[in-house]
Structures are given as C-alpha cells and as structure tokens.
Design a protein around this ligand. Structure first.
Ligand SMILES: *Cc1c(COP(=O)(O)O)cnc(C)c1O
Length: 372
C-alpha cells in the first residue's frame, strides 16, 4: 500500500532528533507556553519574513483569532473564495460576519481578482452589508494573485487575511507565504506541508497592535495579567510538545519543499497527456500541499488506483457556497460556475516529499490503463 502522505518515512529520517526534543519537554515539564513555543515563533517569523508570529492550536483558530482581532461582526461582508476547505468560510460566519463568495480562476483554482472586484461593487451597491475584509486562500500550496488582489484591497480600503493553511513556505515573486496579508494564517495539521503530530497553527503579521490583540485573544482575552481579562478570547495555545516537533521539522522543511518540486515534475512528465495536470502560475513556487489533476473520468481512475493499492482523495467535491451549512446565505447552483466546474473533475493523488520516480511511474501506469 502506497501512503497518501508518508509521515512514517519522514519520522524515520528525523526520529532521533524528534524523540530527543519531545523527551526534553517531558523532562522540563513546561507543557503550556514552554520555551520551545517562543523559539518556534521566532523561527517562523524569520522564515516567513514577518515581524511577528504567534503559534496557536490549529489553522482554524488562527483564522478565528485573526478575524476576531480585526473585529468582524454582524453586518460585515467578508469576501472569500468558494473553492477551499470549509474552515475559511466557517470562521467568518462564526464571527457573525457574512461570507461573500466570488468565483475562482480556472488555472490556479485561486480567487479571481476581477470577480472579487465585481463582488465588492455589488455589495456596495446593494448597501445592506458593510465591506470589511478579504480572506484569500493559497490553495493546494500556491499563492493567490497578490499584486492584483492587493490593488483591489487598497482601492476599497479593505485589509487582507491570508489563509495559507496549505501554503506555508510558498513563494510569489520573491516573497513568502503567509506574509501577503495584513495577517497571515497557517495550519500545522499533520498532512499540511509543515505539520506537527496533532493540531497546530500560527498567525503572522507586521502590525504590532494586531499582534498584541491576537496575543490577548490566544489566552481568554488576557490583559497585563492573565486574570485581568480585557476582551473575550479563546484558549488557542499550541502545546509545547508540538512546538518541539515543529522546530525539528522546520530544519528539513526547505529541503522538503525542493523535493516536492522534483516529485511534481515527475508527475507532470508522466501525466501530461493523460489528465489535465495542475498549473503553477508565473512567479509562483508551490509547496504542493496537494497534487490535484482534473479528469472527467476521475471516478474510473480512482477505482483503478484503489484496486492497485494507491489511495486518492477529492478536494473539494462540493464548493462551499453549495454546502448545507452555508444554505442560510442563499446561494444556488450556477452562482460560481468555475468553482462548480472544477469540483466536477478534480481529484488528488499521493503527494509527499519522499515519493520516488518508480512509484510515480506505477501510479501513471494505472491511470494510463484507464484513459488509453
Ligand atoms: C486545513 C485548512 C484549514 C484549517 O486548518 P486546521 O489546522 O485543520 O484547523 C483552513 N483553511 C484551509 C484552506 C485549510 O486547508
């Protein structure tokens, strides 16, 4: 059986260092906000090129902290993409704000700047909601079009929150995710490009005031003293043990990003005549959180791969605006034609830095036997 994401192979490589780092935490006993958390935050900020990073309990809580810090509330319109993981829109709605979807680009699967602009103008014209912010997503490891989106954000005076849960370390024109938004968010869920051994996440910003607010929200809205609560917050801390694991994984992360380029190049060479292979847009270096080709025959392909012991997945079978949980927003089929079209043909193949060429040839061979 070929693993979809090979965390065991990665652990075998760093086993000694990880075991030692975890043991060290077990010995010093500072399980909550121990020294590894502060060190990790310093290294994460250096890596992303932001002034501040704050580690937290998940990518979902990273988004929620960012959105609470910016004061999202009922009556606000927050512009985002319909083709993403549910948490992007879920957290917006949890703050009481209204997620407003605009369609994606067919090549990158990311937010289409022209459609975003139309959506903002429509909300302004209707006058029911107040435009508040834009939440972008760097889907499958590739940055959105930040030159165009930032220009629109500036035109309308809207801050950007960057959901880089899948794109930690991705590069666009020399700049690294998650540094494109006023606040950037990432996830350390085990299957993400940089994952820990449980749930984890982080927020990134250059803005001291927003950092201070998120630092407070992280621990129940603490003030100068933790029992002098000055706002409503969360318990959203990252465990010290997870920080210790991440410090070890961060050491090999740049090399793993390079290995991911090799793996996806092999995939591309093998698959380009068989399915529609994923595109990386000019100026982007993807961290390839997922390798998602498209084919109208994905069902047959998935069945044949399963038969051969090769796992697959589908991200995402239902665009967010059509999910039951978002029904209250009143969208219907046909509202986001590009996202809906992608959802009808997209599927995901095994993707991790330690895939070898022989395995990729085997996967391609099965796909070839179906489509030829
Ligand atoms: C994984 C993911 C999240 C949520 O991260 P968790 O750590 O699982 O809470 C949010 N947005 C996107 C785009 C994701 O892929």
């Amino acid at each position: 059986m070929i693993p979809f994401i090979d965390l065991k192979g990665q652990y075998a490589r760093i086993e000694k260092d990880v075991d030692k780092a975890v043991k060290n935490v077990l010995m010093h006993g500072q399980f909550i906000l121990g020294p590894e958390v502060a060190l990790l935050e310093k290294k994460l900020a250096e890596f992303a090129g932001t002034k501040y990073a704050l580690a937290c309990s998940s990518g979902t809580d990273a988004l929620l902290m960012a959105e609470m810090a910016m004061g999202f509330k009922a009556g606000d319109a927050v512009f985002t993409t319909p083709f993403t993981f549910f948490a992007t829109a879920e957290t917006i709605a949890l703050t009481g704000a209204t997620p407003v979807f605009s369609d994606v680009e067919e090549d990158s699967f990311n937010m289409d700047p022209a459609k975003l602009r139309e959506a903002i103008l429509k909300v302004k014209k209707e006058g029911k909601l107040t435009p508040k912010a834009i939440v972008t997503v760097d889907l499958f490891g590739q940055c959105a079009d930040y030159e165009a989106i930032s220009a629109i954000a500036e035109e309308f005076g809207l801050p950007i929150i960057e959901d880089a849960a899948q794109a930690m370390g991705a590069v666009r024109n020399g700049k690294r995710a998650p540094s494109f938004g006023k606040i950037g968010c990432t996830s350390f869920f085990p299957a993400k490009p940089l994952g820990c051994y449980g749930d984890g996440g982080a927020v990134f910003t250059d803005d001291k005031a927003l950092y201070d607010t998120m630092y407070s929200i992280l621990v129940h809205g603490r003030g100068d003293d933790k029992y002098n609560n000055v706002r409503l917050g969360l318990n959203a801390r990252l465990d010290t043990i997870q920080a210790a694991v991440l410090l070890e994984k961060l050491k090999i992360f740049e090399e793993e990003i390079r290995l991911r380029q090799q793996v996806t190049q092999w995939y591309g060479e093998e698959l380009k005549d068989l399915v529609q292979i994923p595109a990386v847009k000019k100026g982007n270096l993807s961290v390839w959180a997922q390798y998602c080709p498209r084919s109208p025959r994905y069902g047959e392909i998935q069945a044949a791969l399963k038969e051969a012991g090769i796992p697959t997945a589908r991200y995402y079978p239902i665009p967010i605006h059509l999910l039951e949980a978002m029904k209250f927003l009143g969208y219907k089929k046909g509202d986001m034609p590009v996202a809906e079209k992608i959802a009808e043909t997209v599927f995901a193949l095994p993707m991790h830095p330690y895939l070898d060429q022989a395995t990729i040839k085997k996967i391609a061979g099965v796909i070839r036997s179906v489509v030829r």
